[in-house]
Write a protein that binds this ligand. Sequence first.
Ligand SMILES: *Cc1c(COP(=O)(O)O)cnc(C)c1O
Length: 650
Amino acid sequence: MKTPQQFTRFHNLDAVKEWTTKDSDEIYQISRWGEGYFTVGEKGDMCVSPTRAQGGPVINMMEVVEEMKNKNIPFPCVIRFHDILRSQVVNLNKTFRSVIEEARFNGSYFGVYPIKVNQMREVVEEIVDAGSPYNYGLEAGSKPELIAALAMNTNQNSLTVVNGYKDKDLLRLALLGNQLGRKVIVVVEKYSELTDLMALSLEIGVEPVIGLRAKIATKSSGKWASSGGDYAKFGLTITEILQAVKYLRSIDKLHCLKLFHFHIGSQIPDLRTIKDSISEGARIYAKLFKEGAKLEFFDVGGGVGVDYDGTRSNSPSSINYTTRDYVADVVYILKQVCDLEDVPHPNIVSESGRAITAHHSCVVTNVFGALEISATSNFNTDKAVNENILVSNMRELTNDIGPKNYQDVYNDATKLKEESVAAFKFGILSLDERAKLETLYWKLCTKIVEYASLDEYASDEILLLKNSMASQYMCNFSIFQSAPDTWAIGQILPVMPIHKLNERPTEICTLVDITCDSDGKLDTFLSPDGPTNTLPMHKLNGDDYYIGLFMTGAYQDIMGDNHNCFGRLNEVHIFADDDDPTDFYIEEVIYGNRSEQVLATLQYNPETMAQIMKASIDTQVKRGKIRPREGVDLTDFYESCLKSYTYLKK
Ligand SMILES: *Cc1c(COP(=O)(O)O)cnc(C)c1O
């Protein structure tokens, strides 16, 4: 469980006279994290420019929502923009190509996509297809991932890089790729894998292509710092690397060693760390080359971050560099070190996953209600005869409060409330009196927060009270399924309404999901001034109100879990189409889990359950407790629930 962080920052919603879409862009920071893919349309709807081309297609997300409603696809729903995936793949490859040319670097770029970031077949297929002109390959870190990668990456000119701990089957699978003429490279993460690999290759009669992963000393900051340094989980120490070279030379297989690899963790916030890792890695590469290891590939791993919070800083949810800054550092630093050491420029491999996939998908869902602290309750608080003095005192405070004394009133009211709980436990305060006192207390707090909002010297204590009193908007989704990183590691993801962005949001809110878990909430958001605990939202008026949770394309799908048996979401796959009046079409709908599917993964047998329920209903019918016609309906109802979507129906 994450420890909640409390911030006393608030969006200043009243400072703006006439609310326009620009103001929404500012408070939700869309231009910052949206990277040109996401913008606010004139009508106040969230729009997507999946190719980012001037005059290219622009997809209105509310038109996607309308089409889904027409097709009866219930929310929550994952929306994938395949053209964003393609754009990201092309952008990375083109940037490497252009910087390599500009730097007169002699090697080429052979990127690979690490499928652990999002293994969905349609996602991998799209990436492989968009990357095929650039010989963009795949990276696998487990047996199932390699099984998938071998079937997906049939291009003889692109690489398949195998990382992670390996058993003999995994090594055999890699060698199978080599037997088929593919460029499969086994990256040795621990020394014994090397001897196992050489023994198997002798047995099968095919030469492996070997990579060595180094534990380099450079460490990243941020949430994945422990992937680097001496105590990292993966990789060989410098001593082991030298031993590996010696061993391969002794069996006359040093020519099989082709790749040098390091990976210092994901979401690297600071470009300086990347520079340091390239400098260190390049020196190791050069020295190994001079030792006689004729390495051809220099693999810089993944770790390129994305700007989730839009701050363009080295905060853990952000990055202080662009793709071009990153690529330029890799190419220029590597070139400089190679030239100084007088060794050839190797081909460059990178394994960016997050940066390729994060933007392409989002989760859209409906807000179905609001929980407000009882300030608005119309519980009768009139004075009663022989009323307890605590209640009377609380009522007096409501008469005394003003802009000058609201802090004192808060102190007194809080004390009275504490005393009232003690009095209640002693049996001195009745239930009715306790309800009156609490109603008066929350009315006071509402006033206190209003006065504090106008006071630039308001205490942190009262600003935090403002946070706690924010309305909770109830959203039809599970953060454990759809945004696990917000819960597990406190990652900030952009979340906002996807329409009404030309109207002033008047409510300050936190968001709660539908799991029976008090951790199932979102209460850290981005803002122009840094993280806040509340999100500005529009007042609910009974009409549909939709929010989007953005940048969920990396890691969230596969790490999401089935807490409360909610299961996987419905998905729609969107393709841009300039010729269509809406600029898009829904290419595929993949339905999420039905209750029976989630239950079946937990060893339940839906058919048996339906039979048991039918037998119980029949018994009640026989006893005359349920009429026969009603019994049939109830049996059908239970069965239809088994077969329907797990989330809340509208
Ligand atoms: C996870 C992983 C990656 C992908 O990292 P991103 O930060 O998503 O780019 C790349 N290489 C290896 C070895 C990994 O374990």
